[in-house]
Design a protein around this ligand. Structure first.
Ligand SMILES: *Cc1c(COP(=O)(O)O)cnc(C)c1O
Length: 408
């Protein structure tokens, strides 16, 4: 007699295996305190504790900016809680249209198109483009985010993965594809786990030479780089050479939502053919209003970016002085290298429980095995005292775990 499949055993044994490998994800339960970022209250087993968050993607603290909160509250009272429908059926609010205009302007493009998150924007736009353009080949950087990978996979287009940020390898692939065949190169500006920066100019030059479209994820760069916060492509004067710029409203802009900015025809095509755009309720208008306020603010204000950069350089110096090994890069992301999944999780737990410092461990499959790390993201609101406490705690943990130190 064959027995039926035991789902319960399947789930529990898969989870047990994750735990054994130190890869089981435990979410910290937090209450961020508006007006007091990066301080938060943490809940665990019925008790609460005050902690300092060192791993938020709300890089500039815009989630607590009074202008953003006011705009969100005003719109919430004026228009109610939800959009009331998909963009197609009654949910297309004036606020969505205004935000899209603001985003198109940010990137110097004709149009922009909003999605419910950055993940969905990558998934939906890449599925629609690579799936809709006949015989399209996608050239995808090996370091691309899961949302791009899934979008490309869903498109069923042929996919070629080029070595991370390697122009020579990309060209090798391009040469093998007939010139007349449609091509799309998908890559990022700031890679979130190593904090390294994509060679946008090199890729644009190859795209011109081989007639490829370019699709750039600026999720970790918008709000942060460029004179108006348009990202690395703005900083380097390359926005007009990118076919599609994709980004989020959930990181430096501190709210939620995603978008693409591109030509009017391309945005209209995605709007018309993308299931992930059409068949879902639009973002609440209040969210659109808050996000637009954050985008507008960071087009003009440098102070948040300046203070954030100062905090990054202070943290880097403090950790360097005590030999904590960090991956070098030119961005705002500080990867502190542990190189072992179990130790990485353990250090993170002790930092939280004993020092009130919250840094989520980053393990496989988010990063390759052996490169497990603590990814630190300083904000304009971390004080010198916060930084001193962080350095001291890491120093004690490095000694406690007998981890090797970098020579200064
Ligand atoms: C976080 C992230 C996304 C997804 O953006 P969300 O708005 O959080 O859904 C897309 N691309 C990259 C590179 C990211 O790190």
């Amino acid at each position: 007699m064959t027995s039926t499949f035991n789902h319960h055993n399947f789930f529990t044994s898969e989870l047990d295996q994750l735990r054994e490998e130190g890869r089981y994800r435990v979410f910290a339960e937090l209450e961020r305190k508006a007006g007091h970022f990066p301080q938060a209250r943490r809940y665990k087993d019925g008790v609460t504790q005050d902690v300092t968050i060192w791993c938020a993607n709300d890089y500039l603290g815009m989630g607590q900016h009074p202008k953003v909160i006011d705009a969100t509250c005003d719109a919430l009272r004026a228009y109610g809680a939800g959009a009331g429908g998909t963009r197609n059926i009654s949910g297309n609010s004036h606020e969505h249209v205004l935000l899209e205009e603001e985003l198109a302007d940010l990137h110097g493009k004709e149009s922009a198109l909003l999605f419910t998150s950055g993940y969905i924007s990558n998934w939906a736009a890449l599925s629609a483009l690579a799936g809709g353009i006949p015989n399209c080949v996608v050239l995808s950087d090996a370091g691309n985010h899961a949302s791009m990978i899934e979008g490309i996979r869903h498109s069923r287009a042929e996919r070629r993965i080029f070595k991370h940020n390697d122009i020579a390898d990309l060209e090798k692939h391009l040469k093998e594809i007939p010139l007349e065949r449609p091509k799309l190169i998908a890559f990022e500006s700031v890679y979130s786990m190593d904090g390294d920066i994509g060679n946008i100019k090199g890729i644009c030059d190859l795209a011109d030479k081989y007639g490829a479209m370019t699709y750039l994820d600026e999720v970790h760069a918008v709000g942060m780089y460029g004179p108006r916060g348009g990202g690395i492509a703005e900083r380097e004067g390359l926005m007009d050479r990118i076919t599609v710029i994709e980004a989020t409203l959930g990181k430096a802009y501190g709210v939620v939502g995603g978008y693409i900015a591109a030509s009017k025809a391309l945005c209209d095509y995605v709007r018309s053919f993308s299931s992930g755009f059409i068949f879902t309720t639009a973002l609440p208008p209040a969210i659109a209003a808050g996000a637009r306020t954050a985008v507008r603010h960071l087009k003009e204000s440098e102070i948040e970016r300046m203070r954030q950069r100062r905090a990054v350089s202070k943290v880097r110096s403090a950790l360097k002085a005590i030999g904590i090994p960090m991956m070098d890069n030119d961005s705002h992301i500080i990867p502190v290298m542990v190189g072992n999944a179990v130790k990485c999780k353990m250090i993170s737990d002790v930092l939280m429980d004993q020092y009130g410092i919250y840094i989520q461990p980053i393990n496989y499959p988010t990063v390759p095995k052996g490169t497990e790390r603590l990814r630190i993201t300083p904000s304009p609101f971390h004080t010198d005292d916060d930084i001193a406490k962080l350095a001291n705690a890491l120093s004690e943990m490095w000694s406690h775990c007998a981890l090797s130190r970098a020579v200064a």
